[in-house]
Write a protein that binds this ligand. Structure first.
Ligand code: 5AD
Ligand code: SF4
Length: 468
């Protein structure tokens, strides 16, 4: 049994990350024969991509995917810790699975992802959810076949959560959800320690993946006909800062661009590490999409300081203005309202910033205290009703600008990677270069291709159009 420890997770050593290769012995290959699995994924793209690895590992050992958790012999919840409601959703699902387990005694249940890295969650699982068969964390996903074998062979609850990040594991199998768009990890972990954020504890120290491994993965995807890659990391602009040689995000973007893949996206960016050189590279290479996610979190320099973001409102705006020199660029953001002791004046500054930046998209949240983070200990005199009111006002404001930005595209032609059938009857859907969702009329044989679409109408969160 290996339990999570926040004390360990907080530590940052200077030791460079090493690499190891995934492999499993023959004896594991039949563990899942005649068994079906179901994975429920919560949270960010990082988790979605981890699930793609987990699925492939399970299929390598004989499991097949179930359409529904009700028909599965193995259920895994890949969880998220970022806010309280992500927790509640996972525990709600565990409640439903408990009922199922009462009628299906051989059902195996596992929990992984960020919640597994939390001391309190694992403690609860051990005391109140004894029927959960196994728990593993974000640092040892590759160990799943071993943990699963143990769980199947013993009647004990298997808990294997490492708090210290281990090596970077290459060569894990992957079952990609999409045959044209792929996630590619470029780094793991985060060393920024923004005071509200649990990620540096659940995902560990920043570790950049070797550029050759990344480029090989992208080249393979190009060979397979993939049209788009999203380079993933908690803070991609810091890519390479942990190397003992000089190679950074600017260099990586340029090299990935040269693979010839049609579209490159990257996320998430911290304003701190966004360099002028990166902006130049984005301008130079047309296959790097002009779509930047640049979380601001607050428009008040006082709150930004309390958040440990290490930039002021003015510095953010300066960077924003530089990014806006990229032709046709769209900028999206994340904003938190109701940080401890956020005053009306602080919130007004956030609104002022939104009115200045007129973001093309924004994800807005009420501050959620995460146990173990510095912000969770701050005195907070602001009632929840006030925070909800601020979120409402903020949403009205950001939504106005989404619509404004979308309306500008009416009667223009946009390039779209066709994803598949839209929820709207008879239409297809996809995303523009600038990452706007568009529903349009076109022939279904265009799925997987990049096409020009005439924009005919604009809504707050999507566009309508047709292929002419
Ligand atoms: N409370 C509310 N929102 C949070 N985020 C991260 N931690 C918290 C928290 N404790 C938001 C930030 C981040 C996004 C992924 O989630 O805006 O950019
Ligand atoms: Fe969390 Fe992002 Fe800050 Fe890292 S940079 S601590 S992931 S908000």
């Amino acid at each position: 049994m290996l339990l999570p420890s926040y004390k360990e997770a907080r530590k940052r050593s200077k030791v460079l990350s090493e690499k190891e290769f995934y492999s499993i012995d023959k004896e594991f290959k039949t563990i899942g024969n005649n068994r079906k699995y179901f994975i429920k994924t919560y949270g960010c793209q990082m988790n979605e991509h981890d699930t793609e690895n987990i699925k492939a590992m399970l299929e390598e050992i004989g499991f097949i995917e179930a359409n529904d958790y009700l028909e599965a012999d193995l259920i895994i919840l890949n969880t998220c810790s970022i806010r309280e409601n992500a927790h509640n959703k996972a525990f709600g699902m565990l409640g439903r699975i408990k009922h199922l387990k009462q009628s299906k005694k051989n059902l195996i249940v596992g929990l992984c992802g960020c919640m597994a890295q939390e001391e309190k969650v694992v403690d609860d699982i051990m005391k109140k959810y004894k029927w959960v068969n196994f728990v593993f964390g974000t640092h040892n996903i590759h160990r799943l076949p071993f943990i699963l074998k143990e769980a199947l062979e013993s009647n004990n609850q298997e808990i294997e959560v490492c708090s210290k990040e281990g090596n970077i594991v290459e060569g894990m199998p992957v079952k990609r959800e999409n045959s044209y768009k792929a996630y590619v990890n470029i780094m793991y972990g985060c060393d920024k320690f923004c005071t509200y954020c649990i990620v540096p504890y659940t995902r560990g120290k920043q570790r950049s993946r070797d550029k050759d491994d990344i480029l090989k993965e992208v080249n393979d995807l190009v060979q397979k006909g993939y049209k788009e890659v999203t380079l993933l990391g908690q803070n991609v602009n810091a890519y390479g800062k942990d190397f003992d040689y000089k190679y950074n995000m600017e260099n990586l973007l340029e090299d990935v661009s040269k693979t010839g893949i049609a579209r490159i996206r990257f996320m998430t960016s911290h304003p701190w590490d966004f360099t002028d050189g990166m902006i130049d590279v984005i301008k130079k290479y047309p296959n790097i999409m002009p779509s930047i996610h640049l979380p601001v979190q607050s428009g008040s320099s006082r709150i930004l300081k309390l958040m440990g973001r290490k930039y002021t409102k003015e510095e953010y705006i300066k960077l924003f203005d530089k990014i806006k020199t990229i032709p046709n660029v769209c900028v999206s953001t994340d904003i938190i309202v109701g940080f401890p002791d956020e005053q009306d004046e602080d919130f007004k500054e956030t609104l002022d910033l939104v009115n200045y930046c007129k973001f093309d998209n924004a994800y807005t949240f009420i501050f959620s205290p995460r146990e173990g983070t510095p912000a969770a200990k701050l005195k907070d005199s602001i009632p929840l009703s006030k925070k909800e009111e601020r979120l409402h006002i903020l949403n009205e404001t950001v939504n106005k600008y989404f619509l404004e930005s979308n309306r500008k595209l009416i009667n223009t032609k946009v390039k779209v990677l066709v994803d598949g059938k839209s929820e709207k009857e008879g239409m297809l859907c996809g995303y523009t270069d600038t990452n706007k969702l568009i529903n349009f009329y076109a022939d279904a044989n265009l799925i997987g291709q990049i096409v020009e679409v005439l924009v005919t109408d604009a809504k707050t969160w999507s566009l309508d159009g047709r292929v002419e």
